[in-house]
Design a protein around this ligand. Structure first.
Ligand code: HEM
Length: 344
């Protein structure tokens, strides 16, 4: 009887351990599957100029939902209270999978790599999962230290400067819903300011500071389990650091320097094929949608912290945050709709 009880408890422990390793590897596994979901979507919508059959449209919509589930799953996994720091960080990194995949594709194209993106991608995630496993033995949970105070203030102040450009830029993309000409007209007005010789270097420097300080803050915050709002703030920060770096690489290095092409509406939407029907361009859809959503939600998160620090009740600040996040999602959907050809 005693032996039976021992065996049952041993089996239980092994099952829990088995489930734990499955959950540990889930962010890396789903992130590794990301390019294959993009391929499935592309196969279902078919090549340019074709109209997919109704079942294919539903299939493509279901695949698109799965695609967006990958960063959501990363956030859920990062929220688990008992786990090693390196496992939590791997989950945070998986949130950024859609933008890392665009960055990888552009870098591969710049160096003229003959290795398919999917192969490099899977190798990267296997490597990241191994690193996270090796890091587990050295890990121990500790609360973020209060010395982050100065960094947080500096990140917030520089963020307020960058905010002016980001709000204009995101607003500019909403004009795509009217048409390419309206988008270009607004961009031409903005370019006189943000491309001015003394403004552009300052903007780029401020963005580099945001990337560096943001990564540092996210790295430090990720040592401990976080509440929902802080978790989303850190996860969106991880995403944005890669997004902004990759996006500037696409605009300044790939388009303007290597290809010598204008960074206009056609460049943004992956013309002439567009976002939806092209097997490469489809990766831009989640990358841009989440870029817009996360940058606006990240701003709402910063505002929430500032409001609470200035005496606003947490419940009011949280309600404002929820409204801000819902608006961010609506704006992201509207911009992607315009980029995909929908017109008002
Ligand atoms: C739908 C989403 C987005 C699209 C389609 C997009 C597209 C573009 C395009 C076409 C340019 C070139 C602009 C020009 O030539 O004047 C550009 C530049 C830039 N974008 Fe975005 N962008 C998006 C979101 C964002 C977000 C969320 C950020 C910041 C977090 C951002 C940061 C930048 C920066 C820093 C530049 C360089 C500005 C310069 O020329 O000095 N973008 N983007």
């Amino acid at each position: 009887m005693e032996a039976l009880r021992h065996n049952v408890s041993e089996l239980g422990t092994r099952t829990i351990r088995g489930q734990d390793s499955l959950v540990r590897f889930l962010p890396a596994l789903t992130a590794a599957a990301y390019p294959f979901l993009l391929r499935a979507f592309n196969a279902l919508v078919g090549p340019p100029g074709t109209a997919p059959a109704t079942p294919h449209v539903f299939g493509a919509a279901a695949v698109l939902v799965l695609i967006f589930c990958i960063p959501v799953l990363g956030i859920i996994c990062a929220a688990r209270p008992t786990q090693a720091v390196s496992t939590r960080r791997l989950a945070y990194v998986s949130v950024a999978a859609p933008t890392v995949y665009v960055f990888l594709g552009v870098l591969q194209s710049i160096v003229g790599s003959p290795v398919p993106d999917e192969v490099v991608w899977c190798a990267l995630w296997i490597g990241a999962a191994i690193l996270a496993e090796l890091g587990r033995s050295k890990d121990k949970d500790s609360a973020p230290t209060p010395t982050l105070g100065r960094w947080r203030v500096a990140h917030g102040v520089a963020g307020a400067v960058v905010l002016i450009y980001v709000l204009f830029h995101v607003g500019n993309h909403l004009f795509g819903l009217i048409g390419a000409e309206a988008h270009a007209a607004v961009m031409n007005v903005g370019r006189r300011v943000y491309r001015a010789p003394f403004v552009e270097p300052l903007l780029v420097m401020a963005l580099f500071f945001q990337i560096g300080s943001g990564l540092y803050l996210a790295w430090r915050w990720s040592v401990a389990p976080l509440g929902f709002h802080r978790l989303v703030q850190v996860a969106s920060g991880f995403y944005l650091s890669v997004f902004i770096l990759g996006h500037m690489n696409s605009v300044f290095i790939y388009a303007r320097t290597v290809q010598g092409i204008p960074t206009d509406w056609a460049f943004a939407i992956g013309g002439p094929t567009g976002l939806i029907h092209d097997p490469w361009n489809i990766r831009l859809l989640p990358h841009y949608a989440l870029g817009v959503f996360f940058v606006l939600t990240h701003l709402a998160s910063g505002l929430r912290v500032v409001l609470i620090a200035h005496g606003v009740s947490p419940s009011t600040a949280n309600r404002l945050w929820s409204a801000g996040s819902a608006a961010s999602a609506a704006i992201a959907v509207a911009i992607i709709a315009g980029m995909s050809g929908i017109r008002l």
